[in-house]
Design a protein around this ligand. Structure first.
Ligand SMILES: [Fe+2]
Length: 166
């Protein structure tokens, strides 16, 4: 399937302008989203994940968090925002949109999935747990590369795999 053309700059501007980002809660904010996007692109170079979906996941999955602590419904709200913004800021074929929606909806409740795109989304998010002092354990990861990175303790040796230029 050919990747759709998406204006990610416009999407990011809209997401960063969401009212919640006026708050000081930034552990799950845009800096984290960017690292998740970078991680996802690194993993996608080997996992076969759909690049548009993993980049959209990075933007949406924590976009509707109301705090940095207990917010069990933030994934569902992020998935709902993706529905609301579909065909306004971006579009995806139904098959790909369903992957995006599922990945956002379940990203905190579930760890494993056999679909390489969903698996890459979730691994990319968990590989950024170092920002809150947690080293991700390989048993909670899906892709071989994410497990290798977690065991190494740093993603630095793999940064050259990011082919996208922000
Ligand atoms: Fe996240």
């Amino acid at each position: 399937m050919i990747d759709p053309i998406i204006d990610f700059d416009a999407l990011w501007q809209a997401a960063i302008a969401l009212p919640s980002h006026l708050s000081p809660y930034t552990v799950h904010g845009p800096d984290h989203w960017r690292r998740v996007e970078r991680n996802a692109l690194i993993l996608a170079s080997q996992s076969g994940a759909n690049v548009s979906v993993v980049r959209l996941f990075a933007l949406f999955h924590d976009s509707c968090r109301e705090n940095d602590d207990y917010d069990p419904d933030h994934g569902k709200r992020g998935a709902a925002l993706a529905i609301a913004w579909r065909r306004k800021y971006f579009d995806l074929p139904d098959e790909l949109f369903e992957l995006l929606h599922y990945a956002c909806n379940w990203h905190t409740d579930r760890h494993h999935h056999e679909d390489p795109t969903i698996a890459t989304c979730w691994d990319a998010d968990r590989l950024d747990l170092g920002r809150v002092g947690i080293t991700p354990h390989p048993k909670y990861l899906n892709t071989g590369l994410a497990k290798e990175i977690a065991l190494h303790g740093s993603i630095s040796p793999w940064l050259h795999l990011v082919v996208h230029r922000f």
